[in-house]
Design a binder for this molecule. Structure first.
Ligand SMILES: NC(=O)c1ccc[n+]([C@@H]2O[C@H](COP(=O)([O-])OP(=O)(O)OC[C@H]3O[C@@H](n4cnc5c(N)ncnc54)[C@H](OP(=O)(O)O)[C@@H]3O)[C@@H](O)[C@H]2O)c1
Length: 304
């Protein structure tokens, strides 16, 4: 299933394959993973220059070449801006990063370039110059950000010639700060803390696509909620709906993300072809409101 990405007119798959873990598999496995993703309609691929120290992009590029896939049948996105011990949105770094990305992926253009994590020392004029140059040379078609709040986006946007298309944010049933604050407005509990300046509503108003990363994880670095003892009720609830709909638990998790009316993309990171096939079934599931909230509450969230 396809959806428009931002306001670009580009139709991207609602389930995208994140290639962060591709350096950990060999070339033959990467070919299988990419081939399976394509066959399942997951034609949008997310990369970053730092994944596997560049090895993930390289493996992907080699695998795509071996598979003989046509460039125009895929949408390729990569990210830059993370350096060893700091973040770097300087013009020089952005331009250099894109050259490295294109070489490793074996392509002459990116569909989307995303700034990976906010750089406190950002000079928006420099970012704008870099983007204009990249667009003009044909190296990048569209741009986006990741892990940014509303005002960080607005600051950049004030200097850019066209709207930012995407914002990549962590979201899973066990990681929901983007929803918690909106559900707890004006309450004194910690769920009420607004950690992103209302990014979901902002993204909907400005037609930016939220790309939900790590849909099966708890917080960054805390691992999977799948099978985790602290998330027993969540896992049971997901299993209940999986059995009801006749799909896998994985499909219910992704269906929960796709059910949100903001038209988010889910960026899944599995390097297991069988799991990818199970995940793909999510596109055919439309959870009801009670089911969606049941999963949300099962993760330990309470409603006011
Ligand atoms: N913008 C950012 O700051 C940022 C940060 C992190 C990630 N990302 C993007 O998000 C993508 C996805 O991240 P992720 O890999 O952490 O996402 P994920 O889909 O939540 O996790 C996938 C990992 O969990 C494993 N896994 C084990 N059991 C599983 C189960 N029952 N269901 C699903 N997965 C299971 C998978 O193993 P198998 O391979 O064996 O299936 C794989 O290693 C990355 O590739 C990257 O593109 C972006």
């Amino acid at each position: 299933m396809l959806q428009e990405i931002g306001q670009t007119g580009v139709q991207g798959s609602r389930i995208a394959l994140g290639c962060m873990r591709m350096a950990a598999i060999d070339l033959a496995q990467a070919e299988q993973v990419i081939g399976t993703a394509m066959a399942q309609g997951m034609t949008f691929f997310d990369h970053a220059d730092i994944y596997g120290g560049g090895e993930s992009e390289k493996r992907f590029g080699e695998a795509v070449k071996n598979l003989g896939l046509a460039r125009e049948d895929m949408i390729l996105q990569s990210k830059c801006g993370i350096q060893q011990g700091y973040f770097d949105f300087s013009k020089e770094h952005i331009l250099q990063s894109v050259d490295g990305i294109l070489e490793r992926l074996g392509t002459d253009y990116l569909d989307f370039l995303v700034l990976h994590r906010p750089d406190v020392l950002v000079e928006p004029e420099e970012v704008a110059e870099a983007f204009t140059q990249l667009k003009g040379s044909g190296k990048v078609k569209y741009f986006g950000v990741s892990n940014q709040n509303r005002y960080q986006i607005e600051l950049l946007q004030a200097y850019l010639e066209e709207p930012l298309a995407v914002n990549q944010m962590q979201l899973s049933p066990a990681h929901t700060p983007m929803f918690d604050a909106g559900l707890n407005v004006n309450m004194k509990n910690s769920a009420a803390i607004d950690r992103d300046n209302g990014i979901v509503e902002y993204s909907r108003l400005h037609k930016m696509t939220i790309q939900a990363w790590s849909p099966f994880q708890i917080d960054l670095g805390k691992g999977l909620f799948v099978g985790h003892p602290d998330y027993q009720l969540l896992n049971e609830t997901i299993a209940k709906y999986a059995s009801q709909y006749g799909v896998s638990d994985e499909a219910i998790v992704i269906a929960w993300i796709l059910r949100h009316p903001a038209n988010m993309q889910a960026i899944v990171g599995s390097m297991n072809p069988k799991r990818l096939k199970r995940i793909a079934a999510a596109e055919h599931i439309h959870l009801t409101r009670p089911e969606w909230y049941d999963i949300y509450r099962s993760a330990g969230n309470s409603l006011p």
